[in-house]
Design a protein around this ligand. Structure first.
Ligand code: UFG
Length: 331
């Protein structure tokens, strides 16, 4: 039996593939390599290059594999880009999920674990954010993730399939040996931007706004280590395979760090100066996002291990030092 990982060549998907293989699962990766990296896929996984919106292609993968479940990471994920290109987000994310569900239904595959996002909540009314909080996305990206969740919900009611949607907070870090990690082009996320600056690849870090209603004026986020995040996916897959009902879980560490605190921690971890300057706010950034992850701990038995933000940054730093040019560094 095979676990199909859609988007398995991307940053988070590749860590899922790695962990699944380490635990003895058979894995098939589906990725169009639009943002993913073939170098991130281990030899033990079978790789099918193609687009999940191509139903003939996706059906052919399910034809070849005996699929026990799907992990779905294949989506565009930049909030800012989605504001400029909303249709790209609805097409790739929402339509891609529709085709995935059609193929799963056709082949009688029941469980799907879906990468959702804290962006489904929008500006929170209460902190920490619980799964019961109102969803009011403030970007087409967040809206697309909410639409995907709703498709899963209605399909799970109508057909013999079940889902877990995992709403990620700020994912960072890399596998401890530094063999796989974050390699986006363009990079927009805070931790890799800080570390690229530490490597001297950027002149300075732009801090987007110092006038938020937080103790130091910069935005507060909840950072979660990518390997802990993947642990929750595997627990969710087993939860569904055991016949449990569809559900939605937040994944965060329940502790918030400001942009300045992350910068300061990165300076300590790397021993580099890392110049920074204050710039204008970035459109659409909520001031504080902190998860309540109690539900994932109680229901899934999730027990995140890398909860110290220094360790999260240290693991990302190892990847960046070993791969200063990302996956291209190997060539
Ligand atoms: N930031 C800077 N300078 C930068 C980059 C980021 O100051 O160069 C700040 C942002 O303004 C924000 C914080 O650092 O306050 C974190 O920004 P990221 O871009 O790293 O992450 P976001 O919080 O914007 O978004 C992430 C994911 C989204 C997801 C969201 C949910 O990238 O996909 O978390 O919380 F929807």
């Amino acid at each position: 039996m095979t676990v199909v990982v859609l988007g398995g060549a991307g940053y988070i998907g590749s860590h899922a593939v790695d962990q699944l293989i380490e635990r003895g699962y058979e894995v098939a990766v589906v990725d169009n390599l639009q943002t993913g990296h073939q170098e991130a896929i281990p030899a033990q996984a079978r790789f099918y290059q193609g687009d999940i919106r191509d139903k003939v292609f996706l059906s052919s993968v399910f034809e070849k594999e005996t699929v026990e479940g799907v992990l779905h990471f294949a989506a565009n994920s930049l909030v800012g880009e989605s504001m400029q290109e909303p249709l790209q987000y609805f097409n790739n994310n929402v339509y891609g999920t529709q085709v995935t569900l059609e193929v799963m239904q056709q082949f009688g595959v029941k469980p799907i674990v879906f990468s959702s996002s804290a962006a489904t909540y929008g500006e929170p009314k209460a902190i920490p954010i619980k799964e019961t909080a109102e969803t009011n996305p403030e970007s087409p990206y967040g809206e697309s993730k909410l639409m995907m969740e709703k498709m899963l919900k209605w399909c799970s009611k109508a057909y013999d399939m079940q889902f877990v949607a995992l709403r990620y907070f700020n994912v960072a870090g890399a596998k401890w040996d530094g063999s796989i990690g974050e390699d986006h082009s363009p990079e927009t996320h805070l931790v890799p931007i800080i570390l690229e600056t530490a490597l001297g690849q950027r002149e300075q870090v732009a801090i987007f706004g110092e006038d938020y209603d937080t103790p130091d004026g910069t935005c507060i986020r909840d950072y979660i280590h990518v390997v802990d995040l993947i642990e929750a996916h595997i627990l969710a897959l087993e939860y569904l395979k055991a016949g449990n009902p569809s559900s939605i879980f937040n994944l965060g560490s329940s502790v918030g760090f400001s942009v300045k605190e992350i910068l300061q921690t990165a300076r300590q971890v790397t021993g580099k100066e890392i110049p920074a300057k204050i710039e204008a706010r970035r459109m659409g950034d909520p001031s504080t996002l902190i998860a309540s992850s109690e539900k994932a701990k109680t229901v899934l038995g999730w027990n995140p291990k890398q909860t110290d933000v220094r360790d999260i940054i240290a693991s990302a730093w190892r990847w960046h030092e070993l791969h200063p040019e990302g996956y291209q560094s190997k060539k």
